[in-house]
Design a protein around this ligand. Structure first.
Ligand SMILES: *Cc1c(COP(=O)(O)O)cnc(C)c1O
Length: 393
């Protein structure tokens, strides 16, 4: 038996976690079944008691979903995982499964909108207090702690301005106080950033983004130690039912096969395009973690293996200029999705971040002229030509 944990990500992504049926199929089998039959009543009893391995019900576990979870564990270096129906199912399960009334969360305010709603609006309804801080300032994590602080939650790079949070430093503060750290690693991808190696306890993904990478289905996953999954997530997951569909797991297994190829190509193109954008007169500012003029370039080099597939930039002329520019693009399409094979652009002020106050947006560097660009698999020269033409209009 090959030990895939010792092999490279490229090999894990293609071969890891495969559990072949008696037919010996090359491609992963799609087990589109809700339940499983038992050879006899004794076997059913033994399986329910946990004395015999085997599947019971697809809300708990399913062979295709299991292959996806095992492949992701190999890639992330995690002991165990639970795949979910969406990225938000993963984040809300990872947080709520371990919190109770009277607990306190510290979270970076630079969060994906729905993540911010979970900590800022939903959690307080259940008696869980939340403090939002500027996550890029490491000292604010320490200062926000209270005796009842149970969880630190953040993403890095942040959406949409690609600011970075010092993952190892935040994890260290949490460890010293017995606080559990949860990271949403979507923007970095498991190819460019390994939070568990930096001391993080729980990693969440929206698999909808780079892991599918071809705009087909929703999915998510929570990865951690065996102990944390068993003690905190196991029962919550079984009884609240955020499970991933086997069909989506199968699609995402196919996505994983090309994940490293896509992320590496998209990152290389993004670097080239960010450099080109920085030279254009119509552009006020480019934010890209792979560039030396990024405010946290040194931290990017320390905790990321590449500059990201995303670029944020600000057009001179505010919202009108941003809208005229977006409308003039022909190859790059307007969409709030990201990590896709197709290049996509969005205007955060009027879409993904419209619910924040103007003041909160400016605080995060989201200006009326800011746009967020997700670089796809098209040839970078064709994308630059599209951007060039649209900037000239
Ligand atoms: C998209 C996204 C989510 C939510 O994922 P869904 O699959 O849409 O539920 C969470 N966090 C970040 C950073 C995202 O980009």
């Amino acid at each position: 038996m090959v030990d895939y944990s010792k092999l490279h990500p490229e090999t894990q992504l293609v071969q890891g976690g495969i559990n072949r049926s008696g037919f010996g199929e090359t491609s992963e089998a799609l087990f589109l079944t809700q339940g499983f039959v038992y050879p006899d009543a004794e076997a059913a009893e033994a399986r329910f008691k946990g004395e015999e391995p085997g599947f019971i019900y697809s809300r708990y576990a399913n062979p295709t979903v299991d292959m996806f979870e095992k492949r992701m564990c190999l890639l992330e270096g995690a002991e165990d995982a639970r795949a979910t129906a969406s990225g938000m199912a993963a984040v809300s399960a990872a947080l709520l499964c371990q919190l109770e009334a009277g607990d306190h969360i510290v979270a970076a305010r630079q969060l994906f909108g729905s993540c911010r709603w979970v900590v800022e609006t939903l959690a307080p309804k259940y008696g869980i207090e939340t403090t939002l801080i500027d996550g890029t300032k490491t000292e604010e994590w320490e200062a926000a702690c209270r005796p009842n602080t149970k969880v630190f939650f953040f993403e890095s790079p942040t959406n949409p301005t690609l600011a970075l949070i010092d993952i190892a430093a935040v994890a260290q503060i949490a460890k010293a106080k017995g606080i559990t750290t949860v990271i949403d690693n979507v923007f970095a991808t498991p190819i460019l950033q390994k939070p568990l190696e930096l001391g993080i306890d729980v990693v969440c993904y929206s698999a909808t983004k780079h892991i599918d990478g071809q705009g087909r289905c929703l999915g998510g996953i929570v990865l951690s130690s065996k102990a944390w999954i068993n003690e905190k997530l196991h029962d919550y997951f079984r009884h609240t039912g955020p499970s991933m569909s086997p069909f989506n797991a199968w699609t995402l297994l196919k996505g994983l096969e090309t994940l490293s190829l896509r992320v590496e190509r998209q990152t290389a193109s993004a670097g080239k395009i960010a450099d080109w954008l920085a030279d254009q007169n119509a552009i006020e500012k480019v934010l890209y973690p792979g560039r030396d003029d990024h405010p946290q370039a040194a931290l990017a080099k320390k905790q990321m293996a590449g500059g990201s597939t995303m670029i944020c930039f600000e057009l001179k002329g505010g919202k009108d200029a941003a809208f005229a520019f977006e409308n003039a693009l022909e190859i790059i399409r307007i969409s709030n999705n990201l990590g896709d094979a197709k290049s996509l652009i969005t205007h955060p002020t009027t879409t993904t971040h419209k619910n924040l106050t103007e003041e909160a947006r400016v605080e995060q560097g989201i200006m009326p002229g800011s746009v967020r660009l997700s670089i796809g698999l098209e040839h970078p020269d064709d994308l630059i030509a599209d951007l060039d033409r649209a900037l000239g209009i």
